[in-house]
Design a protein. Structure first.
Length: 255
């Protein structure tokens, strides 16, 4: 609800009623939460709202572009943040790890000249400046939503660029976007994992959609591949667009 408020998204979830309709039951020797069966729509709305926020906000194309840029900044600064260990090794050193915070980009931006890897440090500072001035990686193409089993990002990149264009290979970012309702049930249906009780107090895990609604999603998950170009050179961006669209067309024709 906090995120809905700050995103300006209308929240129709009646969480107070849902909590009021919950009770603790024993199922297979374990304590579980059961919800009144007439609240199925409200429960489904909760999972749908979760997926909706991921689609329009958390995994928005702009957010994934910034994620990729921050990841590149951290890779460039792997050996300049700490004098004795790398950034990747800090997870095994509690004192160093606890010193990392949301201010890591500010720390890198104001870091003085580093003798260990000055070129990487300057590249990282330039990337941070691009983020703050909204000169983000360019989204050149994205696949339609589907349930295809895509290859790994490295294989996709090789399929798009080939082996002869190293400049474009270094300029491309492949981002895999997965959306679902939480994958609580075996099929991806979150209500499969929920317990409901009727007005007589009988607990059941059966969904019985036909008793409450015919509006059931055709698919509980979807995947997309987003393709970004790091370069700000218009010619490189156009070449990336052409290559990516050709790859998408080949995949559409072969599927």
């Amino acid at each position: 609800m906090r995120d809905c408020y700050y995103f300006g998204v209308n929240c129709t979830l009646d969480w107070r009623r849902m909590v009021h309709m919950m009770k603790i039951v024993v199922k297979d020797g374990q304590l579980r939460i059961a919800i009144r069966d007439k609240e199925r729509d409200n429960v489904f709305n909760m999972f749908y709202l979760r997926m909706h926020l991921r689609r329009i906000a958390y995994q928005h194309a702009t957010c994934t572009a910034i994620d990729a840029m921050i990841a590149d900044v951290l890779k460039l600064c792997n050996d300049v943040v700490f004098p004795d260990i790398t950034l990747a090794e800090s997870i095994n050193h509690l004192d160093h790890y606890l010193s990392l915070s949301d201010h890591i980009l500010d720390t890198i931006s104001f870091m003085p000249h580093c003798n260990r890897n000055p070129e990487h440090l300057q590249q990282a500072k330039d990337l941070i400046n691009r983020i703050r001035t909204r000169r983000l990686y360019t989204l050149v193409a994205e696949t339609p939503p589907s349930n295809c089993n895509f290859k790994g990002t490295d294989e996709i990149l090789r399929d798009i660029v080939g082996d002869n264009d190293n400049e474009l290979m270094q300029s491309m970012v492949v981002s895999m976007v997965r959306l679902n309702f939480g994958k609580w049930g075996p099929s991806g249906d979150p209500l499969e994992a929920m317990l409901f009780y009727n007005k007589d107090g009988v607990v059941s895990s059966e969904k019985q959609y036909d008793e409450c609604s015919m509006f059931v999603p055709r698919s509980w998950s979807q995947k997309q591949v987003r393709l970004y170009c790091k370069s700000e050179d218009e010619q490189v961006i156009e070449r990336a667009k052409r290559k990516c669209n050709e790859w998408i067309s080949r995949n559409d024709s072969s599927s």
